[in-house]
Design a protein around this ligand. Structure first.
Ligand code: ATP
Ligand code: SF4
Ligand code: MG
Length: 392
């Protein structure tokens, strides 16, 4: 228990404070343009996949595989934020956990700072863990309720055997201040904080060792809408201050739009569209992206125009047995025979804007020709043939 009972007895204020604090509104959809991030790639993911084996019988033989992630490729430049978005179960967290090397990929390659880390042993990964950090969705369950904030945020120093120049306690208090928490609350326990403050503790923990890349898995979806904007703003402030690179995972397109430089849209284990934020939101090419965008509420009626909500029919098919060719064809209102027979590869249809569709929207280029051309000479990073994928 805390040795500073008197401090703990004082109620912790629930209002958010410090960097990132904002008025109690949801993240704004309209965001000022950020300077282009055109640095070196920090992270490169090439044809990455994870097939979880499904076993049965006494001998636990593999009878099937959940194709959670099935050949995704993207890169993230230094200082950039890549948003990864899609419906529940499309493989976002699995992708994030593979990047962190918390899960071993079934196939594909992960390169961090030019080094292939796909099969790096846990021993060799240990120093790299300082550079790669993850923020989890649930700010309560990701914090040990029996540990004080000081112990939680200071744990990475102990785990990595790192001495802070000014001492761990002082270093932790500085980080608490950086994320807008009161350094005096060092000896308090997670249950004494509000949801938004707990997420700030989680963020403080990831910042302890000055990471280079942070994967934030649904960092605000468990929070009250009035607190979401504050945490998103905090992440942005910290990025500018500490030169961080983010992969932000969300199913809420409004959160991803607010914080991302580029956005990748996932459906059933694949990336179906990847583009600069403005390009994706103003000129979505994939019907699935269009459907997701149509569900984002626009607060200002004058900006709604004649936009219609596209209601997708049916549920997301099972990743145990995804539909052949275009995985979206069972729910796509534009589907034709070719969509059920030929998988559309992810190709660049305008500069920096990739989409995987035989009949993309918002493009004047001959997209179908482009797709056909790419189908003959598959793009680098296209998923491997089924039989060539190694066992999960
Ligand atoms: N350890 C596991 N074993 C078997 N299947 C798994 C495992 N982990 C995830 N899956 C399956 O892989 C698919 C992708 O899961 P994942 O958690 O990556 O999705 P997600 O996009 O993060 O979804 P959500 O938005 O709900 O968090 C799902 O069908 C899930 O059931
Ligand atoms: S390839 Fe066909 S089914 Fe797939 S998204 Fe495009 S139009 Fe729809
Ligand atoms: Mg998830």
């Amino acid at each position: 228990m805390s040795t500073e009972k008197t401090a703990a007895d004082t109620p912790v204020e629930t209002a958010e404070q410090g960097p990132g604090a904002a008025s109690g509104t949801a993240p704004s959809l309209a965001k000022e343009a950020r300077p282009a991030r055109d640095g070196e790639p920090l992270l490169e993911v090439d044809n990455l996949g994870k097939h979880f084996p499904v076993t049965a019988g006494l001998l636990r033989r593999q009878v099937a595989a959940v194709k959670a992630v099935d050949g995704v490729s993207f890169s993230v430049r230094k200082g950039e934020t890549l948003g990864l978005v899609g419906e529940s179960g499309c493989g976002k967290s699995t992708t994030g956990r593979m990047i962190m090397r918390l899960l071993d990929p079934s196939f594909g390659k992960i390169t961090f700072e030019g080094e292939d880390i796909t099969k790096m042993s846990q021993g060799r990964l240990r120093p790299l863990r300082r550079d790669l950090q993850m923020i989890f969705q649930d700010p309560y369950s990701s914090l040990n309720p029996r540990k004080t904030v000081g112990a939680i945020v200071g744990a990475p120093f102990r785990l990595q055997n790192i001495e802070a120049k000014q001492g761990v306690k002082k270093a932790v208090q500085e980080i608490l201040e950086l994320v807008g928490l009161n350094p005096e609350h060092y000896n308090r326990y997670p249950h004494e904080f509000s949801g938004g403050q707990r997420q700030r503790i989680g963020i403080a923990r990831t910042l302890a060792l000055k990471p280079k890349l942070i994967v934030a898995d649904e960092p605000v979806s468990a929070l009250d809408v009035s607190v979401q904007a504050q945490v998103v703003n905090l992440l942005e402030d910290l990025q500018d201050e500490l030169d961080l690179t983010y992969v932000v995972i969300a199913h809420d397109l409004s959160v991803v739009r607010h914080i991302s430089d580029r956005v990748a849209v996932m459906y059933l284990g694949k990336i179906v569209e990847l583009a600069d934020r403005a390009d994706l939101y103003e000129r979505p090419m994939h019907p699935y992206t269009n459907a997701l965008l149509s569900a984002v509420p626009i607060p200002d009626p004058s900006e709604r125009g004649d936009r219609q909500r596209i209601r997708l029919q049916g549920d997301v098919p099972s990743p145990l047995d995804p539909p052949p060719a275009c995985r979206f064809h069972t729910r796509c209102w534009k589907a034709q025979d070719i969509c059920k027979q030929v998988e559309p590869p992810l190709v660049e249809l305008s500069p920096g804007h990739q989409a995987a569709c035989h009949f993309p929207e918002n493009t004047t280029v001959s997209a179908t020709d482009e797709v056909a051309r790419a189908a003959v000479a598959p793009a680098a990073g296209a998923a491997p043939a089924e039989e060539s994928a190694p066992e999960a």
